[in-house]
Design a protein around this ligand. Structure first.
Ligand SMILES: [Zn+2]
Length: 171
């Protein structure tokens, strides 16, 4: 079942037309809507927000962060128990002291244990040695360059569409 959400666009009409097999372009034209709005409505219906576990706060403390990490044995993976993205990486939203925003749970784990803040800007990202995207065990994480991470993902066959389309993936 699809749950409709509040929108200034006629979501129900868009989805009904799509179910009938009408193309996005045709729907946009017929309903007099911008095409991106039609695309977005259809995408959103297919990708509903996760019902639980969404942690989006700008005031998450270090303590709150670690409370969301299932800290198991020292050699085991420590799964993030908050929100996950489509690829299984732990997500959060935290404003850093420099005003930048941190999104990755695993990057936060590295930040809290080493003080290293990985960003696209300085071309660094956090690599998992265990191949479990949601793992936040600092001993399974290391800092590498973005390029290195991409190669790593490619070698492990995890690159998926992001690699194929040449898009950068925020970590
Ligand atoms: Zn791990």
């Amino acid at each position: 079942m699809i749950v409709l959400w509040k929108s200034k666009h006629p979501i129900a009409a868009i989805l009904a037309a799509k179910a009938e097999g009408e193309t996005n372009t045709a729907i946009a034209k017929r309903l007099g809507l911008p095409r991106p709005a039609v695309n977005a409505a259809i995408w959103r219906a297919k990708n509903p927000p996760r019902p639980a576990g969404i942690i989006r706060t700008r005031v998450m403390s270090e303590e709150q962060f670690w409370a969301l990490v299932d800290q198991r044995g020292p050699d085991e993976c420590w799964p993030w128990t908050g929100a996950l993205d489509a690829k299984g990486y732990g997500r959060l939203k935290k404003t850093m002291p420099d005003g930048s925003i941190m999104y990755g749970a695993h990057s936060s784990a590295v930040f809290y244990t080493t003080g290293i803040r990985t960003t696209k800007k300085n071309d660094t990202s956090v690599l998992h040695s265990c191949d479990q995207p949601s793992c936040c065990n600092p001993s399974h994480l290391r800092v590498g360059t973005h390029h290195e991470n991409m190669l790593d993902m490619k070698n492990k066959g995890r690159a998926g569409n992001a690699w194929a389309s040449g898009k950068r993936v925020r970590k």
